[in-house]
Design a protein around this ligand. Structure first.
Ligand code: PHE
Length: 344
């Protein structure tokens, strides 16, 4: 009886080990046969072996065989159920359904254009700086040489938050913030959003984007300004584009200029052109040599250093580059418009 009991428990151990190795239907069937086959299965053999037991031991032996049989059957059944749950994976999908399109995000067209501008300046050795959109009167105006109440302020229709806080009207205040912290040589661009009290129309928005440029070093001249901007505009548009500098006024540059490019729509050929209003030129930049007073405001010696600065309207320039008749299209976020700029 002892031997018989040991044999049963050995079978249980073996069975559990074998069960752990079952990977598929086929090995499951093999294991079933090994134990339950009517001809030579282990259980069959055990029943034969019972003959060697004493008659009064047989009921006990029968119980032991049954407990082994139940174990084997239950384990095999539940494993089989696991397999058949996994099996019809493909049938869970209807392969005849049309595919569902996944929409991926993409940078906004203005961001893409800004990156193009940035890349040209990065290649010329400029680095990128950043500043706050909520500014103080000091950085937006005073340090840039606009005295309080000076009429030049009227050119920047300002959204004031308090008497002293405002939404910056240009990226020029970041010139001051950088020069307060760093000594020349300085060669930076400052892309960012700016705000003005404007009623939206095809060429005006209350929020738009600019890229400011600032170079400060010894012996910087107007020729550097011209060369840098010419290279930039020829790279951004095309090599043969006509560029002109017109004298202008900004309190923070002296001398100052406004920069025009030839009209990319009519190339000066159409007296009725809606983009250049028949003039053949479109204004895209303000620029000039840094006013010595601005250097004094940030403790840079104007006798030792000189520099130039410029400010470019990104949305305006993108409008001409892509020949878009209305700047508001950029911000209405009509996907039929936006999707035309998605980079594949
Ligand atoms: N900040 C000026 C503007 O918003 C542009 C500018 C920048 C002009 C730098 C000169 C130098 O119109």
């Amino acid at each position: 009886m002892k031997d018989f009991k040991a044999k049963i428990s050995e079978h249980k151990k073996q069975f559990k080990r074998a069960l752990a190795r079952v990977k598929d239907e086929k090995s499951l069937q093999e294991l079933r046969n090994l134990y339950l086959s009517r001809k030579r299965g282990h259980l069959r053999v055990l029943i034969e072996d019972m003959k060697a037991l004493k008659p009064q031991e047989r009921p006990m032996g029968g119980k032991m065989i049954n407990s082994l049989k139940t174990l084997v059957q239950e384990k095999l059944e539940s494993l089989k159920a696991e397999f058949s749950a996994d099996e019809p994976v493909l049938s869970k999908f209807d392969l005849t359904l049309p595919g569902r399109r996944e929409y991926r995000g993409s940078p906004h067209p203005i961001v893409l254009f800004r990156q193009e501008v940035e890349d040209i300046f990065l290649a010329m050795g400029f680095s990128i700086e950043d500043g706050p959109e909520i500014e103080t009167d000091y950085y937006n105006f005073e340090a840039l040489n606009f005295p309080p109440h000076h009429p030049a302020r009227d050119d920047w229709d300002t959204l004031y938050i308090t008497d002293d806080l405002l939404l910056r009207t240009h990226t020029s205040p970041v010139q001051i913030r950088v020069m307060e912290k760093r000594k020349p040589p300085i060669r930076i661009i400052i892309p960012g959003k700016v705000y003005r009290r404007e009623t939206p129309d095809p060429t005006h928005l209350p929020m738009f984007c600019q890229v400011e440029g600032l170079v400060v070093d010894q012996d910087i001249t107007f020729a550097h300004l011209k060369g840098t901007l010419e290279h930039f505009l020829k790279t951004l548009f095309y090599e043969k584009i006509k560029i002109r500098f017109r004298p202008s006024f900004f309190p923070f540059t002296e001398p100052s200029a406004e920069v025009d490019i030839e009209c990319t729509v009519c190339e000066g050929e159409n007296k009725e052109c809606r983009v250049c209003k028949g003039s053949g030129w479109i204004e895209i930049l303000g620029a000039g040599m840094v006013n010595p007073q601005v250097f004094k405001n940030v403790n840079i010696d104007p006798e030792k250093y000189s520099g130039f600065a410029f400010g470019l309207g990104i949305d305006r320039t993108a409008m001409f580059a892509y020949q878009i008749p209305d700047m508001r299209f950029f911000y209405e976020n009509d996907l039929r418009f936006i999707r035309q700029f998605i980079q594949k």
